[in-house]
Design a protein around this ligand. Structure first.
Ligand SMILES: C[S@@+](CC[C@H](N)C(=O)[O-])C[C@H]1O[C@@H](n2cnc3c(N)ncnc32)[C@H](O)[C@@H]1O
Length: 414
């Protein structure tokens, strides 16, 4: 297998702080410079790009910057789709400033009258994550934003509301999973909701206007809620290039996208957030025992089964879902088109899971050429270096600090 390390893909010094990618954080975001390089080296302006696991929209932003003809982004997480949509929608800067002023004015008015609105998500659960005063403040802020008439402008401020809802909560910062702060930290946690909102809004207005001022071309953007295991409405063979980073494994044992998005989504009234992690790749129980066409996977599952059948089934379920999705990617990708996946290899029960090799094997079975796999270090990936051990509750289990960029070409005869 053509698989090697290449330091030139590490991109240690990329600063996302001041750019549109940073409108709202998201777990396991793709490195923008890497996507930019892939587009420069493997796409043309006339190409149609697709990211079936679009998350917060890194591929969309970079494809618009490159000026590709069109870009499709799919995901099941409504908050991720909102972030991706806001990053890729041109809005008037003057109106953003006017709306920001109106939101701040309305909020202060509600606060002076001690008004609280009937817009608070399920109170019993929400009080576990916020003090009573913060709940009132978020309710006022939510109401002040709801009154913005223009939907694109409202969406822009809703992304900031989701961001503030996270920062003002008792959820431990720098963890993607839902762990509450210690009692001591909770008593010290006194966020000022409106200052947080106002400063984030000012930075985000700069980020979005700088980005759109830089764009010289116009790309068609299509962002849609869609389950990758289902058929899309796209015609056969219309996609030139797929660039995507699928989840590392099922949400309960790897990155829980639903958990990370829960508080923001509750304040934005996205009810489907409850149970989202179970609808993502590998979230369902394995019903069919047949596995995708990968010898490596089949051997691995037999080893895992000897140790723990449930864990073996969850790994099988993840790859089964991916295989079903891959068949749909194959349908929409044109012959000769490229599929480039960025994956991480994790351990289950002490066994390394070579996701990159399993994916490459699946695609070569479909008639693809595996061009190469590049191994890169991820110095600045938004991922904790360790995850909590579920039995000891200690930060013990090392997470991956390398990722694998798999380059595949669809055979012309497919
Ligand atoms: C690694 S993240 C993508 C991050 C993205 N590249 C970015 O830069 O923000 C993987 C994404 O896959 C999505 N996902 C998982 N299972 C899915 C499914 N069956 N259909 C669609 N999206 C799914 C998750 O919601 C998550 O946003």
């Amino acid at each position: 297998m053509n698989k090697f390390k290449d330091k030139s893909w590490n991109f240690e010094r990329y600063d996302t702080q001041n750019c549109v990618h940073n409108l709202h954080s998201y777990p396991a975001m793709l490195t923008p410079s890497m996507v930019k390089r892939i587009l420069n080296e493997y796409s043309k302006a006339s190409d149609i790009i697709m990211d079936p696991y679009v998350g917060s929209g890194t591929v969309i932003v970079e494809a618009m910057r490159y000026g590709n003809k069109a870009v499709y982004g799919f995901d099941l997480n409504s908050l991720a789709l909102l972030i991706a949509k806001v990053k890729s929608t041109r809005v008037r800067k003057n109106n953003l400033h006017l709306n920001l002023k109106s939101v701040l004015r309305r909020y202060k008015h509600y606060q002076s009258k001690n008004l609280v609105f009937n817009n608070i998500p399920d109170r019993t659960k929400i009080e576990y994550w916020y003090s009573k005063n913060i709940i009132k403040d978020l309710s006022r802020l939510k109401r002040a934003i709801e009154l913005i008439e223009n939907k694109n402008q409202r969406d822009f401020f809703n992304v900031i509301l989701a961001n503030v809802a996270l920062d003002a909560s008792y959820k431990r910062p720098n963890e993607f999973k839902m762990y509450r702060m210690t009692e001591k930290n909770m008593s010290l946690h006194k966020p000022d909701v409106i200052s947080l909102f106002s400063s984030k809004a000012s930075i985000n207005i700069k980020r979005i206007t700088n980005y759109f001022n830089m764009l010289s071309n116009h790309s068609e953007v299509h962002i849609k809620k869609h389950d990758s295991t289902k058929r899309t409405t796209l015609k056969d063979g219309i996609i030139d290039l797929i660039i995507s980073s699928p989840p590392y494994g099922d949400s309960s044992t790897t990155v829980a996208y639903g958990q990370f998005s829960k508080l923001g989504s509750l304040w934005l009234d996205y009810p489907e957030i409850i149970g989202l992690d179970r609808s993502l790749l590998g979230g369902k129980k394995l019903v069919e025992k047949t596995l995708p066409p990968s010898m490596i996977l089949n051997r691995l599952i037999r080893k895992l089964e000897r140790k723990d059948e449930t864990r073996a089934n969850s790994v099988g379920s993840f790859f089964n879902d991916f295989w079903v999705s891959a068949c749909e990617f194959n349908r929409v990708l044109k012959p000769g088109g490229k599929a480039i996946f960025v994956v991480g290899n994790r351990n289950v029960l002490g066994f390394p899971i070579p996701t990159d090799e399993i994916l490459s094997e699946m695609f070569t079975k479909m008639g693809y050429i595996h061009d190469k796999t590049i191994i890169r270090d991820i110095p600045s990936k938004k991922m904790p270096r360790f995850i909590r051990n579920r039995t000891t509750n200690m930060n013990k289990i090392p997470l991956m600090n390398q990722e694998y960029i798999i380059f595949l070409t669809k055979g012309r005869g497919n």
